[in-house]
Ligand binder design. Structure first.
Ligand SMILES: Nc1ncnc2c1ncn2[C@@H]1O[C@H](COP(=O)(O)OP(=O)(O)OP(=O)(O)O)[C@@H](O)[C@H]1O
Length: 271
């Protein structure tokens, strides 16, 4: 069974026109898109700005309703579920946004930050929640004593670890990573990507990486999907994306992205 399926998914936004174009303009951010994700799979989702990646992520997470089409989690169609019904599966589908530490409440301790989803979803009593926070800190490589710190008392790397800890507190099955580390330097980015891979092995996670960094797709993804104008225009294996891309849009995308590792370039195969 698939972990997550999108069937003919569309999201159309209406945008108010200006005085010179008074009609409402429609934007099909996601346009009849179908996608399947297996348990434990890593999918890389790439595409230019405005191609619909973040909108697709919100639809897959049930944070927004599609204009048409269906979304299924483990075969269960949750497209029309109410917010309260969504709570049953919300914990299973998590997201790490770009610079997630920016969303921490500065007045919360680490324990409160990681414990927030546990409280929101009514997990156990205070003692059980504290145990879960301690276990989760350990999973992201931080000692229990960090529970009592405030965000400003942590290094950038530690803050990123807390952002990841918050996402795994409810032990999800899928994490959508929407450009989570794009503002970090290369060394920290590598550390965080390695941590995500360790967590995958320990917790059996699947990931969708929304990224402009094609080396992330080559290194960490089983599959790659290329989005353009709300549709998937090409699918490849993660490793094959840079080398076998056939769609002209994908080739344009590859050409426009600086590649840190030149071995990933197609032309270098000939050398
Ligand atoms: N809430 C909204 N209301 C109106 N239009 C929207 C809304 N959200 C997204 N759009 C439009 O939908 C299209 C897709 O946007 P989206 O943010 O999903 O793209 P993206 O691929 O994630 O872009 P980026 O890489 O720049 O984040 C864009 O044209 C955007 O302007």
């Amino acid at each position: 069974m698939y972990l997550l399926e999108a069937v003919e998914l569309s999201k159309v936004y209406g945008r108010e026109g200006r005085w010179f174009t008074p009609d409402i303009q429609k934007v099909a951010a996601v346009n009849h898109l179908s996608l399947r994700l297996k348990p434990h799979e890593n999918l890389g989702l790439v595409g230019g700005s405005g191609s619909g990646k973040s909108t697709l992520a919100r639809l897959l997470l049930g944070l927004e309703r599609p204009s048409s089409g269906r979304v299924l989690y483990q075969g269960t169609d949750f497209t029309d579920w109410s917010l309260s019904k969504m709570r049953r599966i919300r914990g299973k589908l998590q997201v790490v946004f770009q610079n997630s530490p920016a969303s921490f409440n500065p007045l919360f301790t680490v324990e409160q930050i990681i414990g927030e989803p546990l409280r929101n979803y009514g997990m156990g009593n205070a003692g059980a929640r504290r145990d879960r926070v301690a276990e989760t800190l350990e999973l992201v490589g931080l000692e229990g004593r960090y529970m009592y710190r405030y965000p400003h008392e942590l290094s950038g790397g530690q803050q990123q670890r807390i952002g990841i800890a918050r996402a795994i507190a409810l032990r999800p099955e899928l994490i959508i990573c929407d450009e989570p580390f794009s503002s970090l330097d290369a060394s920290l980015r590598r550390q965080m990507m390695n941590l995500l891979q360790e967590l995958k092995a320990q917790l059996g996670l699947a990931y969708i990486f929304i990224t402009h960094d094609l080396s992330v797709v080559s290194r960490f993804c089983d599959r790659a999907a290329v989005m353009h104008q709300g549709q998937i225009v090409e699918e490849q294996t993660g490793g094959g994306l840079m080398k076998q891309a056939v769609h002209p849009y994908t080739q344009k995308l590859i050409a426009s992205v600086p590649v840190q590792d030149p071995r990933l370039r197609k032309s270098d195969d000939r050398n």
